[in-house]
Design a protein around this ligand. Structure first.
Ligand code: ADP
Ligand code: MG
Length: 373
């Protein structure tokens, strides 16, 4: 048995419509597990069911090998951090942090010790006598975190804890939360709608849409092999470019009649005629002289400093290419582009499932190998 097991868990608020549908997943001890999906897909509902704040309609939840369906929240050895921090405005930082220990039988001395330890870890020592309104957003978030840490629960649930912070602070807190989780060996179930948080923080993640599992896996495996078009366009920014194509002979034909030839190796793996082709923005490059290029017309370009996003029309949709460096490209310019066959994805137009992606490993770098060279 794993730390947290969900077996065919479903939830309906009205007895007719499922907002969570047959979710099964095992979360390992010490794992940082991220639930990611668009707003309204059921993330908070799932977390609240694990915490015991919401009944489950069908299925089973097991925590450390114990069936937990009917356990009360405080019987589950779980701490929780919410998006709005849920701090008490009239209590000091110290009292807010120690509040999590009230229901447990823990001596005053031990409470104080744990509070000081957590405050130190999170840089709150100087602020213990302040009230929440005298803190910045980031500091309030740290207090909520400290309150979860002092309970010493082995499982922590977080529901979009960073979404009220500005971008810079979010990036800092991402790394702090990850470090504390490692240091304490907590099993973390972390909810976010932000695919960057999921990619950067997760050991493994579950992509959820409309209450159903789309894919579970390690971030890079999901990025490199998305199970369907939903995952392909949800994970990665700018998203994967997609377009309808017909597969005839060894050629993919776009809706505007342009053709992309594929090798027999790829074509023999695909049995359907109506497909979606998928190409990541970074896989589109400028063709060199003599290469068999597609010529496209730019509709926009955005220079971000270290890279440039170039938008162009591809049949009925706009695609984006992502190039390193600063490219000054006028709008309306015709540019020749090219994509390597190993960088294309093919999905079924019927159900969006992935039919083909290159079996080759993507080129990720290893420090050891680079230093030895
Ligand atoms: P997320 O956290 O991913 O944004 P939620 O879990 O909050 O999504 O909500 C999932 C779906 O369940 C939504 O359609 C939402 O309207 C519905 N929902 C959430 N809570 C309730 C409730 N108490 N009663 C009825 N429907 C609810
Ligand atoms: Mg939510």
């Amino acid at each position: 048995m794993k730390k947290v097991d969900l077996l065919n868990v479903s939830k309906s608020y009205d007895g007719h419509h499922y907002v969570i549908h047959e979710i099964s997943v095992s979360i390992e001890t010490g794992e940082f597990f991220v639930l990611v999906g668009p707003s309204g897909c059921g993330k908070s509902t799932m977390l609240r069911m694990i915490a015991g704040l919401e009944n489950i309609s069908e299925g089973e939840i097991w925590i450390e090998g114990r069936k937990a369906n009917h356990l009360l929240p405080h019987e589950r050895d779980i701490s929780m951090v919410f998006q709005n921090y849920a701090l008490f405005p009239h209590l000091t930082v110290e009292k807010n942090i120690r509040f999590g220990l009230h229901t447990k039988k823990i001596s005053k001395q031990e409470q104080k010790r744990r509070c000081q330890e957590a405050a130190e870890m999170l840089g709150l020592t100087e602020l213990l006598d302040r009230k929440p309104r005298e803190l910045s957003g980031g500091q309030r978030q740290r207090v909520a975190l400290a309150r979860a840490i002092v309970t010493q629960s082995s499982i922590c649930l977080m529901d979009e804890p960073l979404s009220n912070l500005d971008a810079k602070l979010r990036a800092k807190m991402r790394s702090e939360i990850r470090q504390i989780q490692r240091q304490l060996g907590i099993t973390m179930i972390y909810v976010t709608h932000d695919q960057i948080e999921a990619m950067t923080m997760a050991d493994r993640m579950m992509v959820l849409n409309k209450g159903e599992i789309q894919q579970i896996g390690r971030p890079l495996d999901i990025y490199n092999r998305p199970a369907n078009t939903f995952v392909a366009s949800f994970i990665g920014s700018p998203p994967m470019n997609l377009a309808k194509v017909k597969f005839e002979g060894n050629v993919l034909i776009f809706e505007d009649g342009r053709a992309f030839a594929i090798s027999e190796k790829v074509s023999k793996t695909v049995k359907e005629k109506d497909l979606l082709i998928g190409i990541r923005p970074e896989a589109i490059r400028l063709a060199r002289n003599g290469e068999n290029a597609l010529v496209v017309t730019t509709v926009n370009s955005e220079i971000l400093g270290t890279e440039t996003f170039i938008s162009f029309q591809m049949a009925n949709v706009q695609w984006v290419a992502r190039w390193n460096g600063q490219w000054n490209i006028p709008i309306g310019k015709k540019i020749p582009i090219i994509v390597n066959e190993q960088d294309i994805f093919l999905f079924s137009a019927k159900n969006g499932q992935r039919l083909y992606s290159s079996p080759q490993e993507k080129s990720s770098f290893s420090l050891e190998e680079e230093i030895l060279l």
